[in-house]
Design a protein around this ligand. Structure first.
Ligand SMILES: NC(=O)c1ccc[n+]([C@@H]2O[C@H](COP(=O)([O-])OP(=O)(O)OC[C@H]3O[C@@H](n4cnc5c(N)ncnc54)[C@H](OP(=O)(O)O)[C@@H]3O)[C@@H](O)[C@H]2O)c1
Length: 296
């Protein structure tokens, strides 16, 4: 495949409320890991140049420290790198962010409406926007005591105020989705999910499709390795399908993700320009029923 042919448009589109996004997006969590700000800016601009119009971020994505616990040098926020690279934002760019976790230990897991508002305002400030396109409430699962009703209602009020356009939930179960939908419309669910990890969410993925809600897996490449990143320990099936198509195993993982339903959005994360191009190219990869059966 020639670089000139690579476009996120090949993956098709989905709508988040009234916002249309290409199903091949970009996850910005790792963009702060490298102290080279220019490289981060280049990757973000290249993503948009290649047709990406859905970028996932959070105010708590920063280095050194942050969710990745890596990096050196001066502090860098993903949200600010996005602003530096892309503002004034092009028409049609949808930035999805998340609230709930905070990076100050005392602020971890926002519980009150005031804390959630402060997190929304921090995202607005760092991104340089007057409203947020999509905000996911990222929760911790504690069966029996993890109702999201109060927090989701607080975000619904911020939506009514115009600070947020659409709402989603993250790290959720079907009963969380049911609960959230009694409070306000939900446009997306973002969970850890890949061909070899998080498959207990197969049912949730299906329910999202039935309800017209996007399912946005994170760690589609990293799988169970989570924050430590993608590995090279691919199964024989992934390697065989990759060889048959002349692509990398990571591209097969992304293509598999997109084949799980028209409502499934990919947000692979990378700080590497060549990985970015490979990932976007994977949106054009069409797997056969035999490939999918082999991958499981
Ligand atoms: N809701 C939540 O709780 C939550 C949690 C975590 C993440 N997220 C979101 O989901 C996004 C995706 O998660 P993620 O970035 O952690 O994991 P990921 O997309 O599954 O994988 C990223 C890893 O894959 C590597 N990689 C990317 N493209 C590659 C390629 N073509 N070939 C080989 N290796 C490749 C990256 O390293 P290189 O940088 O070297 O390419 C990195 O190690 C995040 O950016 C974030 O926006 C959400």
């Amino acid at each position: 495949m020639h670089i000139g042919e690579i476009t996120a448009a090949a993956a098709g589109e989905w709508t988040l409320g009234d916002l249309t996004v290409r199903r091949m997006g970009y996850g910005s969590m790792r963009i702060t890991a490298n102290p080279d700000r220019d490289l981060a800016v280049r990757v973000l601009r290249r993503a948009v140049e290649l047709g990406v119009n859905h970028i996932d971020t959070a105010a708590f994505y920063f280095s050194p420290g942050g969710t990745l616990q890596v990096g050196s040098g001066a502090v860098r926020y993903a949200t600010e790198l996005i602003r530096d690279a892309l503002a004034p934002y092009p028409d049609g760019l949808v930035i999805t962010t998340k609230v709930g976790p905070g990076y100050d230990p005392d602020f971890y897991q926002a519980k009150t409406p005031a804390q959630l508002r402060a997190q929304v305002e921090e995202n607005l400030r760092r991104l340089g926007r007057d409203h947020l396109d999509v905000v996911n409430l990222r929760i911790l699962k504690r069966p029996g005591q993890d109702s999201l009703a109060e927090r989701f209602a607080a975000l619904a009020r911020l939506r009514d105020e115009g600070l947020i356009r659409h709402l989603g939930i993250s790290n959720a179960r079907v009963d969380h989705l049911d609960e959230a939908q009694t409070i306000a419309p939900v446009v997306c669910v973002q969970n850890s999910y890949s061909l070899d990890n998080g498959r207990e969410d197969d049912g949730l993925l299906r329910v999202c499709g039935e309800r017209g809600i996007a399912f946005t897996p994170y760690f589609a490449l990293a799988g169970a390795r989570r924050e430590s990143g993608a590995g090279e320990d691919h199964t024989d099936a992934v390697r065989a399908v990759a060889d048959a198509h002349g692509v990398s195993p990571h591209q097969v993982r992304l293509a598999w993700t997109l084949h799980q339903g028209a409502h499934v959005l990919a947000i692979p994360g990378t700080g590497d320009p060549s990985h970015l191009e490979q990932n976007i190219a994977a949106g054009a990869l069409r797997l056969s029923p035999a490939d999918l059966a082999r991958l499981g």
